[in-house]
Design a protein around this ligand. Structure first.
Ligand SMILES: *Cc1c(COP(=O)(O)O)cnc(C)c1O
Length: 431
């Protein structure tokens, strides 16, 4: 499998090069040259396959010969080594819980897969020492820090917006030490992302350090996000109509991975891009005009993205055809007030605890179902509610019990390096 740049000014590369460089030299995102089709036997047998076998089948065409099958199997098995239960919430809505990994969010899957691939390439001496440079709106940083902790030959530098991530998120990215450094930026996630993008395009910096990304722009993080859509279908009632899938979306990597799995033949139904007040994509689907905007803060802060990187991949997947895209994908915007109302209602009436991101997806799915009453669906529950106590605990009227993996971080010392929104300061730090 080769990957081409969506800006078409750089040559196509294999999986190894796409993984270790992150972005194409022309600044474009990499996109697979062909969309592999799942074999009929794979789809027929899906329910009886182990998660690792599913993962191997899905990832093998994308990885090609760059990682031998036995190593790829081990990487796959480790990347998905936790539960992905599909839990009924109310009649017609199930939650695909993606928060049972080490940092309690779906990003663990992509981060674990990517770190192990990069570790594999580094171990073989295929790469110079690598610096993974990553901007986080909250959950990426922890997942990347946990995924890469102690990987030899890889240093990780994480930029996060000061005061805009939750305490648990901050602990996850500032307390590990070793090869992980957190830069605390006096700005928004979009500022962090802009700084990172600029660093990747700086030739002087490139001579000093081998930089790569671990955001969902990296194919090794983006592509494995297809896997849990397959795990969902292992659990979806046999013979039932294809599920409507509501995905809480920020940078649109997760949603784009679901659309890719569908394009490969996974029988998923209509998709809903569930957004908070940051809504360039819902606005695009309404008007046909795409306008990035500065991010505004919301309760679902991991989705506070004003210019989602992966949206260009979605357009590519649909041949830049707005009509086709509208047929496959709806989008909705959910306010903070409606997010809170959904968390409260689902908790009080159904005894299920949503986090703010899941609540956005839930609300968007329920609204869709008022127009399509027979459409059963699932939401992607992308994070554990304990990561957002400020929003969830007042509704519950009590503290959420900390899962074991989070308890382990309590009392550890925060270490971060303050950084102004100024590219020269970032550059000076990295040089
Ligand atoms: C990152 C994140 C999202 C958004 O995912 P994208 O792939 O960037 O669209 C949604 N929910 C949570 C909890 C996240 O951490």
């Amino acid at each position: 499998m080769k990957y081409y740049s969506l800006r078409h000014q750089s040559p196509p590369v294999d999986f190894r090069t796409a993984t270790i460089t992150g972005q194409a030299p022309d600044g474009g995102l990499y996109f697979p040259e062909t969309i592999p089709k799942f074999l009929p036997g794979f789809l027929r047998e899906l329910r009886s396959l182990s998660k690792a076998t599913v993962a191997l089948n899905v990832m093998r065409p994308y990885v090609g010969s760059t990682i031998p099958e036995a190593d790829l199997y081990r990487i796959c098995a480790e990347a998905v080594d936790f539960e992905f239960p599909l839990v009924p919430v109310v009649e017609g809505v199930s939650a695909l819980e993606l928060f049972h990994g080490p940092t309690l969010a779906f990003k663990d899957v992509g981060a674990r897969f990517m770190s192990r691939c990069l570790g594999y390439f580094a171990q073989r001496g295929d790469t110079p020492p690598v610096t993974v440079l990553v901007a986080t709106s909250g959950d990426t940083g922890g997942a990347v820090a946990s995924g890469f902790l102690g990987v030899p030959g890889v240093e990780v530098v994480i930029l996060y917006p000061s005061g805009k991530v939750s305490p648990v998120q901050e602990q996850q990215l500032t307390t590990l030490g070793q090869n992980i450094t957190a830069l605390e930026v006096q700005g928004t996630f979009d500022d962090c992302q802009a700084l990172v993008k600029q660093a990747f395009l700086d030739p002087e910096l490139a001579r000093r350090r081998f930089l790569t990304s671990a955001n969902s722009i990296n194919v090794a993080r983006w592509l494995p996000q297809q896997l849990y859509y397959c795990f969902a279908m292992q659990q979806w009632p046999a013979g039932a109509p294809a599920p409507v899938v509501s995905v809480p979306s920020g940078n649109f990597g997760n949603l784009c991975a679901g659309l890719l799995a569908q394009a490969s033949g996974l029988p998923l139904g209509h998709f809903i891009a569930a957004c908070n007040a940051n809504e360039p994509v819902p606005a695009y689907l309404r008007t046909g005009t795409y306008e990035p905007r500065p991010a505004v803060p919301t309760f679902s802060n991991a989705m506070d993205v004003g210019n989602p990187s992966n949206f260009v991949r979605i357009l590519e997947l649909f041949g830049n055809d707005l009509g086709r895209l509208r047929a496959a994908l709806s989008a909705d915007t959910v306010s903070d007030a409606d997010t809170v109302a959904a968390i409260r209602q689902v908790w009080e009436q159904d005894g299920y605890m949503l986090d703010p991101h899941g609540a956005v997806a839930y609300t968007a799915l329920r609204r869709y179902q008022t127009q399509h009453p027979d459409a059963a669906g699932m939401i992607l529950a992308t994070a554990h509610p304990v990561k957002f106590p400020d929003v969830v605990e007042p509704i519950l009227g009590r503290a959420i019990e900390l899962p074991q993996v989070v308890q382990a971080l309590q009392g550890r010392t925060k270490r971060s390096v303050p950084l102004a929104v100024n590219y020269e300061d970032l550059k000076a730090y990295l040089m």
